[in-house]
Design a protein around this ligand. Structure first.
Ligand code: PHE
Length: 353
């Protein structure tokens, strides 16, 4: 194609501009036609060698061709700019149909839910809720609770000890049960009413539960080195085993939302209660029907322990119990492995949101 023909030059320029994929390549193509040594300039230079009478028409033709090339350039520039804008908009597009990013909703751990339930039920029966230390003295965990010096609970196989000694020179322990809270709460109560006691006047009743973490050297599908207990204590002038039965049966009825169960007090032994009993329940219907389930240890508080409360066992009598809320949560929610409770696996925990 002879580039000395202005029409050919226009056709070639238009085709190259159209084919330029980017603004940069378009500007390169422009230089080849409209630049200082481009095709149009070359044509204009060739005018010099023409006879005067041809110069005018040829010059007009070249100028026309130049104008058409410029028009093609502008058209392509605009098309490229538009395409670029289009691409940008597409890249930044908002998909308004996408689900939003939400903050994950948390929830209470099944054990926390169970503790809240237990606290609410006992509060409705006039029980205070108290909490105490998880690192205990030897006296609080054992001696005050009438444990003999050589009791197995005191051994390193059953109880975790802390590498620190108390004022008596005995190792501190991670409390193996919540029973020390009987002593702490009752002693504070006795101190508060010491004046009344001294005058032989009536001291208000103690009615308290103490939920919390406890620790034992034990780990399998049904035992965890850390677990929970809820201690109960009711001390008055005339509190009997009958009251324990009424309170505990009422609690089970409220907790499991059914009256369709039996309660059994099975004779047992604890150093701090006499007599002592394990409390078993058996549902009469449902998936657990007919199975005796051990839910608490209990008993009438031993006179020596009442004395360690700072109260006179001649005038103060009552009962205590200790139950396992982890176990109760498992029964209520149908969970079969205690370890699930403390693994922190969200697939398990998120079911309780
Ligand atoms: N402390 C006992 C235990 O951990 C339970 C218990 C509490 C028994 C109160 C009787 C009275 O096994």
């Amino acid at each position: 194609m002879a580039m000395t023909d202005p029409d050919n030059l226009v056709a070639a320029a238009s085709a190259e501009f159209e084919a330029a994929p980017t603004p940069a390549e378009l500007e390169n193509a422009k230089a080849r036609y409209l630049g200082r040594s481009g095709g149009v300039t070359e044509l204009l230079k060739s005018l010099a060698s023409l006879p005067a009478e041809q110069k005018k028409t040829r010059g007009a033709e070249i100028n026309q061709a130049k104008a058409r090339i410029e028009a093609a350039l502008h058209a392509r520039r605009e098309a490229l700019a538009e395409a670029e804008l289009e691409a940008q908009l597409k890249a930044q597009a908002l998909d308004v149909s996408l689900p939003g990013r939400q903050r994950g909703a948390g929830g209470l751990h099944p054990v926390s839910r169970t503790l809240e339930r237990i606290e609410a039920i006992f509060a409705s029966m006039g029980f205070d809720v108290a909490e105490g230390p998880e690192i205990e003295t030897d006296w609080m965990s054992f001696t005050a609770l009438n444990n003999p010096e050589n009791h197995p609970a005191r051994s390193m196989q059953d109880t975790f000890y802390v590498d620190l000694k108390d004022a008596e020179g005995r190792w501190l322990n991670l409390r193996p049960h919540t029973s020390p809270m009987q002593v702490r709460y009752a002693r504070a109560h006795a101190a508060k009413y010491a004046g009344l006691q001294a005058r032989g006047e009536r001291v208000p009743e103690i009615r308290v539960i103490a939920p919390g973490r406890v620790y034992r050297v034990d780990s399998d599908a049904t035992h965890s080195p850390m677990f929970h207990q809820v201690e109960g204590l009711w001390i008055g002038e005339n509190v009997s085993f009958k009251d324990l039965k009424v309170v505990f049966t009422g609690f089970v009825r409220e907790f499991f939302e059914t009256a369709d169960f039996d309660v059994r007090f099975r004779p047992s032994f604890f150093p701090f209660t006499e007599p002592s009993a394990e409390i078993d329940i058996a549902f009469r219907s449902g998936p657990l029907a007919g199975k005796w389930l051990e839910v608490a240890g209990s008993g009438q508080v031993h006179p020596s322990v009442v004395r360690n409360f700072g109260l006179d066992p001649e005038h103060h009598i009552g009962f205590a119990f200790g139950m396992g809320p982890d176990r109760l949560a498992m029964l209520r929610y149908g969970i079969d492995d205690l370890r699930l409770m403390f693994d922190g696996d969200l697939r398990f925990l998120s079911q309780f949101r």
